[in-house]
Write a protein that binds this ligand. Sequence first.
Ligand SMILES: Cc1ncc(COP(=O)(O)O)c(C=O)c1O
Length: 406
Amino acid sequence: MKTIYLDNGATTMVDERVIRVMNPYFSEKYGNASSMHSLGRDAKDALERARTVIAKSINAKSDEIIFTSGGTESNNFAIKGLAFANKDAEKSEISGTHRKTLGKDHIITTKIEHDCVLNSCKWLEKNGFNVTYIDVDKEGFVDLKKLENAITSKTILVSIIHGNNEIGTIQDLEKIGEICRKHDVYFHIDACQSYTKTDIDVKKQNLDLVTLNSHKIHGPKGVGALYIRKGTRIIEWQHGGGHEFNLRSGTENISGIVGFAEAVKLGMDKKHIAHMTKLRDRLTDGVLKIPNTKLNGTKADKRLCNNANFSFRGIEGEAIGGYLDQKGVCSSTGSACSEKTLEPSHVLKAIGLSHEEANGSLRLTLSRFNTEEEIDYVLNVLLGIVKKLRFMSPLGGIANVFKKNN
Ligand SMILES: Cc1ncc(COP(=O)(O)O)c(C=O)c1O
C-alpha cells in the first residue's frame, strides 16, 4: 500500500536534491571548518555559503545568522539568552543601539506557542522572571491591544509564533513589530512552520530574532538557525572554542547545514505555495462537506498554505488517525510533541474549543510532493471512516444526523 504523508507539520521527507548536495560532506569533504588545511577550508567555505543563503532568504546579513541544532534550541537560545542578558544589566553596553536595558525581568508570549517556547518561559518563571501569556481570538490571532497593554518598563521581549503549528494561523508581523519598536522591546518569532511558506523580512517586519529549522522544509533533521539582529544584547549560549561568532560553540554540522541551505533554495520557489494552497483548499472543501465538521483556525491567505485542522463532532481524532493509518494515510491530532500527553491541545483550548471539539480534531499538513489524486483518496477514505465511527459512537443523535444528511 502506498503511503500518503499528510503530517508535514511534524516533519518532511528530505528532498533527493538535498541529499545529493549533502553526501560529499560525509565522505569526501569531511573537514572541520576550523582546520587550516584544504579540507577544513572547503568546509568553512560551504558553511559561509550556507549562511549567506539563509541570511538572504530573510533579508538579513550573513553575520547575523547562527547555526543551531534546530527550532527547539533556537527558541531556547533566543528567549533565555535575551532574558539573562537583559536582567541585571545596569545600562546597555552596546553602542549603536537605542535600547535601554535596565534590569528588566518581563517576557511576553502567547497561549498558542510551541512547547519549547512555553516550557522555556515556565522555566524562566521559576528563575525570577515574569511572563505574560497573551490570549488569541477564536481564529488564533494575537490580541494586539492586549499585547500592547501588557508591555511595561520591565519588558525585555515579545516572543510570538509566526505560523501556528497546529492551526496554521499566520500573525501580522508588521503590526506586532511596530508595537515592539514603539515600546523599545525585542521581538522574536518562531518561524519553524512559516519559513519559505510566507514572506519573512527582518527589516520590514522589525524582527530582532528569528527561529528557523530545516526538517520542516525538506531538509535534514537536527539543524536550524537563529537570526540575531546586530547589536542585540544576548548571552553566549554554548561555551567552547568560539564558533558561530562566539555565541554557540561546537564543531559545525557542515553536511546538515549544507542540506538546510539547499532546502531553503529549493523551498523559496513561490510555485510550491500555489500548489499547496490549491491542495489545502481542495481538502478543506471536501472535508467540510461531511456534516458536523468544522475547520479550526482561519481561512485563506492568513493560514499556512499547507495546514488544515478539523474537528469532527462526536468522535475522537485519535480514532480517525488510527483508521487513516490503516489506509496508508499519515495524519496527526495536534502537534506531534503533545501527542504524548492525553490532554487536549493547549492551542485548541486557547481558541475556545470545548474538550470534546479538541479531542475530535485532526491535523492534515501538506507538502509540495502531495498530489490532487492523494487528496481525493484521503477525502474518500475519511468519509467512510467518519461514517463508521459515528455509527459506532454512543452519541447516537449525531450518527443519525449524519445518516440523514448523507
Ligand atoms: C512551531 C515550532 N517551533 C519549534 C519546533 C521545534 O523544532 P525542532 O524539531 O527543530 O527542534 C517545531 C517542531 O515541531 C515547531 O513546529
